[in-house]
Ligand binder design. Structure first.
Ligand SMILES: O=c1ccn([C@@H]2O[C@H](COP(=O)(O)O)[C@@H](O)[C@H]2O)c(=O)[nH]1
Length: 282
């Protein structure tokens, strides 16, 4: 049985302090495998992950594997993902598994143990989860995160334009996104200045500017905010600063294709990471 690590929010705050807010996305798209001269098979997948990890270690504090691109190869792909996550965590990187899990509570407990229990093969430091079966359905994952010192990122204002029809829908109390954000914030019990909670949100770099009109309070509960959408989806460092405003200190910026397109060699990936860190500034 592994010893419970310190809480995720504290570990994330330390990773950001040491390495900045860039999270390198590990998204082995079929097209990228081909572009890198790798076979679109499990061996290619393993080599892709190995090179991204080599480039990331010592430069950033966080990686985010996109589970879909591993799952596409079935059990062998998930085994490569498990190897990658374990190797990254041994190197001291925080791993956010982007699996976007969500189900009725009793099933959610299974997902939570699969991804958040440190003794599980696919153990990650944090998991992306979908609240669209009702925020309360995530309770087993919230409890598992607390028990295991792990974190959650709840989909609130996703980076894709299609998300708005659901997330900006309103009832008498306000938007769906605002309700989700308020319930996530209430799960955090953060008192120290500069600390981060364990339960965060996914808020796109492309959509953070909508938070105010959607009634989403990004600063409530010191939630960590995972921001995909920078780079390949068009958002800039300026969009991030403008969109997140006073919540900027809570933001983890993901870039996947914006960095991975510079492969295949580790030196070129490393240079792309360094340029991205410099572009993000703080
Ligand atoms: O709202 C969301 C939630 C997750 N994602 C994921 O982030 C990366 C973005 O990749 P880029 O290549 O940097 O565009 C990818 O894994 C998405 O599935 C998101 O984009 N938006």
């Amino acid at each position: 049985m592994s010893e419970r690590p310190p809480q995720f929010g504290a570990r994330l705050a330390e990773a950001i302090r040491r390495h900045g807010r860039l999270c390198v996305g590990v998204d082995p798209h079929a097209a990228l495998l081909t572009q890198w001269g790798l076979a679109d098979d499990v061996a290619g997948l393993r080599e892709f992950g190995r090179r991204v990890l080599d480039a990331a270690v010592g430069r950033v504090g966080i990686i985010k594997p996109q589970v879909a691109f591993f799952e596409r190869f079935g059990p062998a792909g998930l085994s490569v993902l498990a190897e990658l996550q374990q190797a990254a965590r041994r190197e001291g990187l925080l791993v956010i598994a982007d699996a976007k899990r969500g189900d009725i509570g009793s099933t959610m407990a299974g997902y939570a143990e699969a991804w958040l229990d440190p003794d599980a093969a696919l153990a990650a430091d944090a998991l992306t989860v979908s609240p669209y079966l009702g925020f309360g359905s995530l309770s087993p994952a919230v409890e598992a995160a607390r028990r295991h010192g792990a974190g959650l990122f709840v989909l609130a204002l996703t980076s894709n334009p299609e998300g708005r029809e659901v997330q900006l829908a309103r009832d008498a109390h306000g938007t769906v996104a605002a309700g989700i954000a308020a319930q996530a914030a209430a799960e955090n019990d953060v008192v120290d200045d500069g600390a981060l909670g364990d339960i965060g949100l996914v808020v796109g770099a492309t959509t953070a500017g909508l938070a105010e009109e959607a009634g989403v309070d990004l600063t409530a509960g010191a939630m960590p905010l995972l921001a995909p959408g920078y780079g390949a989806q068009g958002a800039t460092a300026q969009d991030l600063r403008r969109g997140f405003g006073p919540a900027h200190r809570q933001v983890v910026v993901n870039s996947s294709r914006g960095i991975l397109a510079h492969g295949p060699d580790v030196a070129s990936l490393t240079a792309a990471i360094d340029r991205t860190v410099a572009d993000l500034g703080d």
